[in-house]
Design a protein. Sequence first.
Lengths: 523, 221, 100
Amino acid sequence: MKSWLLTKDHKRIAVLYLATVTLFFFLGGAFATLIRVELLTPQGGLVSSETYNKLFTMHGVTMVFFFLIPSIPATLGNFFLPLMIGARDLAFPRINLLSWYLLVIGGLLALFAMLAGGVDTGWTFYTPYSTTYSNSWVIATALGIFVAGFSSILTGLNFIVTVHRMRAPGMTWFRMPLFVWSMYATSLIQVLGTPVLAVTLVLVFCERVFHIGIFDPALGGDPVLFQHLFWFYSHPAVYIMVLPGMGVISEVISVFSRKSVFGYAFVAFSSVAIAVLGFLVWGHHLFVSTQSVYAGMVFSFLSYFVAIPSAIKVFNWTATLYKGSISFATPMLYAFGFIGLFTIGGLTGLFVASLGIDVHVTDTYFVIAHFHYIMVGGTIMAYMAGMHYWWPKMTGRMYPEGWAKLSALVIFLGFNLTFFPQFILGYLGMPRRYHVYPDEFQVLHVLSTAGASVLAVGYLMPMIYFIWSLRYGALAPANPWGATGLEWKTASPPPVHNFDEAPVVTHEAYDYSTVMGEVIEVG
Amino acid sequence: MASDAHGETLALREQFDSEEQQKDASTLGMWIFLITEIMFFGGMFLAYSVYRNFYPHVFAVASSSMNAIIGATNTGVLLCSSFTMVMAVRAAQLGQRKIIILFLVLTLILGIAFLGLKAYEWNVKFEEHHVPGPAFHLDGVDTQGPAQIFFSMYFAMTGLHALHMVVGVGILTWLIIATYKGRFTAGYMTPVDIAGLYWHFVDIIWIFLFPLLYLIDRHLG
Amino acid sequence: MATERVDSVKTYAAVWIVLLILTALTTAVAYVDLGAFSVVAALVIAVVKMLLVALFFMHLRHSTHLTRLVVTGGLVWLMILLLLSFADFMTRGWVGVPGR
């Protein structure tokens, strides 16, 4: 136990993160379940309005700050980034451990707030409600997010330095796996964006605790300034969530079609482009605030540009499949799910980026459906793809393939049944954050809740068979998929210092001619 | 934060191949940390600029109520501390242990002097009712609200700056003890070096806070 | 390590004196009515002081391209935050719609 809590090994820290974020995922999922059950009936008899406000707030806070942001970077990134570039560890192992403790402390603060009575501001903490009027546990929650933010910053800092300074001999920038590129781009956002959220929460904290006025309109302050500061982080934060997923998909698509990723350099640079462009579009969350019409037009225009690198990725993945030797293993099924769902999420993103349409659909279920297609349909599908792809390497055990394929199918169907009706609901005018609604929306809400229960089953299945496989799964060979990355050149699970002898890289990232012999050997 | 992560041993850490790689990584890590600090203070600079743009006259009056002499003196104190800090780093480069300690102690004294003057200033603000809250009052302005926002920003910005100074004082104290115990040599002075970067950065923040809070449009008020 | 450059005490002392002079200058200038330029003067002096500290005391002039890129990147991102926010605050009321 002590050897785990004081470990500086990036692989063990990754496992600690995995346990932590899984816990928060199921906590957030529990809140989501209550929300969906409540929405079964138009009159909302299950919980009071106040409780409902707390439920969707705590669902958002838990899922965004304590699951999605750390999910792929802190677990899969932590485990595989050093392995993939041939390093013995991250540049700062102790800071890595510190960042896990910060996430735990932040999480405990947020949990304390939830148990003590909850918070009802929405995950966005808009002022002046959060600073002046809300009677819930805003301070403890904000403090928790503040601390967890530093966890995110330190992870990003660690990754950037590691990628710059710790690459194995021969591992040039353009030989790095695309997952490493996407983690690098993600880290840039974490480092540049998160401090702004931190200072915004500090200002909210000061205003609430010391009753000084910074965003208070009664004193001449501007609540929209809060929104600018908040979204300067929180829009790029969406890319913190989805960019690592895109990296996973690049790996998985390549391995299971046994082809080099089409247009490697384009896919690599599109990650960086998304990271940069992501910082220029935050004003599209403020279209219906007092933001000036001109700023709205500028932000709307800039928002379209994010579609370009995103589309480059989708097209290049598809082109990678072309004439590939495709095998429909579980990670690949999840990857297909990702591509389809991310495309729908991305295209509806163009709808809401458009100033005119957004005025119509702002704060409706259309927006809810849109960002769940990105965050759940995108990020979680990719997270599941990555978990299955790397599970044999992390644990040395194979998961049961049949059950895993079934879970991919169940999650895909359940997801669409949950969230597609919400596009229609939103377009018809169902506002978000309401639990009482007109009778004519009930059919769609019932469909959505039905989908959510399918989805819940889908998420429980991997939970069970992953744990089962730890004991009963077949032993995994070093390279079960015939993949090319350095992480497959060492034992499953890898030894403490990752490689028995320091690797020297001589080939590009996805050169399958180098592993042809190996596949037969282990297969 | 980055500095004490490297203090435990002098030996090359196992994840690095060479001392040079270790030093490069630490320095780069510190610079990236400073970037996060730029963005952190950047949010407050944005808030300040927006409200100054909304209420130029009130901000001019409020700014004029500040004691510019103390502000300028404190700027001088901090710049002197940066000079002594860089001298300590230089001594570390040359491996002159006693001189490192001398200059680190001087830096520490100047840092504490800055905090002392700052505390005195805040205390005066309480006596003058320039602290945001029910008792707040500033003479010479039509509306108290925006004036209160000015002082809210003043306390938030100088408060967080002072907090960084306190952290800096802690780091200096630790460095002095570590140097006294002979941890740093000409071959290994990374902690002194990156602590220097941090200290200078905190100085730079004050270089901007001083004119923005104490000086701008003083002739109007 | 061996390539590390050690600057002379003279250089550091000169930079230190210039910084103190600039502090006195910026304080004095604040009492002169320069109209809109008082802000410009104060910020220009502050930027010069920042550059002196960064280039000499923080050894930026001896540092690697990567470090310079990191610093430049940080400042560019600060500018994104300030400029795009002001794209809103400076253009409010242009169309004459109440509240916009």
